[in-house]
Design a binder for this molecule. Structure first.
Ligand code: CS2
Length: 464
């Protein structure tokens, strides 16, 4: 065998015994799931659970992945028959396995008909989404931005696929958002309804009667794969893998039990099916993601590159502890048995994982889409309860500095769909004016919170 042979169905037999392979006959599996946004996170999370479910005896839950625009994942995975490796990294070392749940990847902008046909296939029962916060096409007031929704969005393809199902008399679908939005299922349901009310009210009624939109909390830290990671995977497997994903050992998926039809028995392979996801989702967004974004902006400000460096910095660590335990935690009504202090302890340990090399700049992207559910809702609730939030305010000041361009010399231009509007808000350089243009009722960022006079003093002082 040549040294540069690539992972595929044909080369699986060449893998060493240390690399676990799909525990089921891939060729015998139909596809039951269409997934939009087949990035590294999906491959390390929902696809990993689904792979385990099929190894556990579930049949016909193969995944057809869809990228809305970029052909890069299709180029990585299609020549590999959808196969890729997942490597769990911790201080104790790395374990690599091959995941077989993904059957193929479609690029919607290049082959829209194939995407519509996959959505309309009788065997498709579930559509899952990891299209990131900006993929939901929300305007600053939270409503659907019709311009964004009309141009190659999930809504466009769903409309065409669901209409074909309606016309064919097929059952509806479960549309399962796996993005880090508050009440993600309810938001997708509302935004989809707004789109269909404009396009086809009859289809809107059919969707309301035949489809469901469960909420879900998804959690696994998945840093972007680097060239060095691919080399390590090659060393462990003897095969090139362009689709390799690196992740932590931890994983959690809490799903609202609200399916329109059949589903894999994900609960038998580690997922939790519950009546109400809200306490898990709120805790995850405000503690994990809230702390993550704070580490990103405060860490970049202090010259760090990775999460594990920022969380170990004595100038940052107390703020992260405070943000989680004194600011976010009191705003969450825990579910029975949910121990939020233990959750915060576990998060600090996960952030400290020295083997993950999770880049702060990766978390720093798209802040305008992330901070509302990570920080601003927490600030609003604490305001009502009369509790000060100096840690979140310090993080917010660091973000405002980031979008002003404070880190651009080292890390390049601000990566955010609202980068232009954020830069415009900073024109003139006056911090108070910029803050007013960025946060508030008609600001760039959708906000349930507005700074008080003393918050403004605090922020402006830090930005001086
Ligand atoms: C991170 C998340 O990039 C980010 O914004 O906060 O991707 C985070 O790693 C995941 O939500 C963890 O489950």
């Amino acid at each position: 065998m040549s040294q540069t042979e690539r992972l595929s169905s044909a080369t699986l037999t060449a893998l060493p015994a240390t690399v676990a392979q799909p525990g089921y006959d891939r060729a015998a599996q139909g596809a039951g799931i269409v997934h939009f946004g087949i990035g590294a996170f999906h491959r390390a999370h929902q696809a990993w659970y689904t792979d385990r479910a099929m190894a556990n005896g579930d049949q016909d839950w193969g995944i057809i992945g869809v990228s809305l625009r970029s052909a890069s994942v299709a180029r990585q995975l299609n020549p590999q028959d959808g196969l890729y490796t997942l490597t769990e990294c911790s201080a104790a070392g790395q374990t690599t396995q091959v995941i077989g749940a993904v059957q193929r990847v479609l690029v919607a902008s290049e082959e829209p008909e194939a995407v519509i046909a996959a959505l309309a296939a009788p065997e498709t029962r579930i559509v899952t989404f990891t299209v990131t916060e900006k993929g939901y096409c929300r305007a600053a007031d939270g409503s659907l931005d019709p311009f964004l929704a009309h141009h190659g969005s999930i809504y466009h393809y769903l409309e065409l696929g669901l209409r074909r199902r309606q016309d064919a008399g097929l059952p509806g679908l479960t549309l399962l958002s796996c993005d880090n939005l508050a009440h993600n299922g309810r938001q997708l349901e509302r935004l989809m309804a707004e789109h269909l009310e404009r396009q086809d009210p009859g289809l809107a009624r059919w969707v309301a009667a035949n489809c469901t939109f469960p909420c879900a909390m998804v959690d696994r830290i998945v840093p972007a794969t680097t060239a060095a990671d691919r080399k390590a995977v090659y060393a462990a497997t003897g095969l090139e893998d362009d689709g390799a994903v690196m992740t932590e050992p931890f994983s959690q998926w809490v799903i609202e039990d609200r399916f329109a039809g059949p589903r894999p028995a994900w609960e038998k392979v580690g997922a939790e099916l519950v009546a109400d996801v809200a306490p898990y989702e709120t805790a995850k967004l405000r503690l994990l993601n809230g702390a993550h974004s704070a580490l990103a902006y405060l860490g970049l400000q202090q010259g760090h590159t990775f999460v594990h460096e920022a969380v170990a910095d004595p100038a940052i660590r107390p703020l992260i502890e405070r943000l989680m335990r004194q600011e976010a935690l009191p705003t969450i009504a825990a579910a029975p048995g949910q121990d939020l202090n233990a959750y915060a302890d576990a998060l600090l340990e996960r952030f400290a994982n020295p083997a993950l090399n999770h880049r702060l700049i990766q978390i720093a992207m798209d802040g305008s889409q992330k901070i509302p559910q990570r920080w601003l809702d927490t600030l609003a609730q604490n305001r009502r309860q009369g509790r000060p939030c100096p840690a979140i305010l310090a993080a917010l000041a660091a973000w405002l500095g980031h979008v002003r361009g404070d880190n651009a010399a080292q890390w390049g231009p601000v990566d955010d769909p609202k980068a232009g509007a954020l830069a415009d808000a900073w024109q003139g350089g006056d911090a108070r004016a910029a803050i007013a243009r960025i946060i508030g009722k008609s600001g760039v960022v959708a906000s349930t919170w507005e700074p008080s006079q003393s918050d403004l003093d605090f922020l402006a002082d830090r930005l001086a």
